[in-house]
Ligand binder design. Structure first.
Ligand code: G4P
Ligand code: NA
Ligand code: NA
Length: 192
């Protein structure tokens, strides 16, 4: 496993364990954002996907947008974020349903056809990979658009929720900068 040391260090310093296997990273990713760390993480993700031809970054609102923008800036490609509510002003949309494990209910995720088309070479970026339901929804949207999924990059993967196993099993290049094996007993265990 390739752990990105600056992120691992920060998780161990500032990350907090919550009940139910949730890692709170509000100090540097999910509420307050550390732009310098975000830049370093994005440079590392760009390096890991350097062999790939990418013409678009795709993410889901809200927390994925910050890392996605940094990636789009570095790769000089547009950034599209899928929306969680269908805007009333948009008609030509691709829509998929995502089951939220945390909220125990499904929600719609959509993207305008105008911004995801056939032939697009898409890199998906998000803050967390847990069960991978959001990622599965994104794959469905990409398939509907007849675009090509080039890879999926995450800041933090929670290996104990196995979304990463599923995606890698689909032959997708999945890169996670920090992989967490367990959050049991309020202890953050980083994968070896
Ligand atoms: P899944 O997509 O992998 O199946 O994840 P799940 O339904 O379990 O997670 C739903 C939301 O919770 C996602 O954000 C996801 O990024 C976030 N999440 C999952 N595990 C953790 C965690 O341990 N810590 C934190 N901080 N977030 C986690 P979202 O609800 O779509 O919202 P947003 O924050 O991106 O707006
Ligand atoms: Na997210
Ligand atoms: Na989140």
């Amino acid at each position: 496993t390739k752990q990105f040391a600056p992120l691992v260090k920060r998780i161990l310093t500032d990350g907090k364990c919550l009940e139910g296997g949730i890692l709170k990273v509000d100090n540097f990713i999910n509420h307050q954002i550390d732009p310098e760390l975000l830049k370093q993480m994005s440079i590392e993700l760009v390096r890991r996907f350097a062999a790939k031809d990418i013409n678009k970054i795709l993410t889901i609102e809200a927390s994925g947008i910050a890392p996605a923008i940094m990636m789009g800036f570095l790769l000089d490609v547009p950034v599209v974020f899928a929306k969680k509510k269908k805007p009333s002003t948009m008609s030509d949309m691709l829509v998929t349903s995502v089951f939220s494990f945390t909220k125990q209910r499904s929600y719609d995720v959509c993207v305008a056809k105008e911004f995801l088309h056939k032939g697009d070479k898409v890199l998906f970026i998000d803050d967390f990979l847990a069960n991978g339901n959001a990622a599965k929804g994104i794959i469905d949207l990409i398939n509907q658009a007849e675009a090509e999924l080039v890879g999926m990059g995450f800041l933090i993967e929670k290996a104990f929720q196995h979304g990463g196993d599923y995606l890698r099993g689909q032959n997708i290049q999945v890169e996670s900068l920090a992989i967490i094996d367990s959050l049991d007993n309020c202890t953050i265990t980083i994968k070896e």
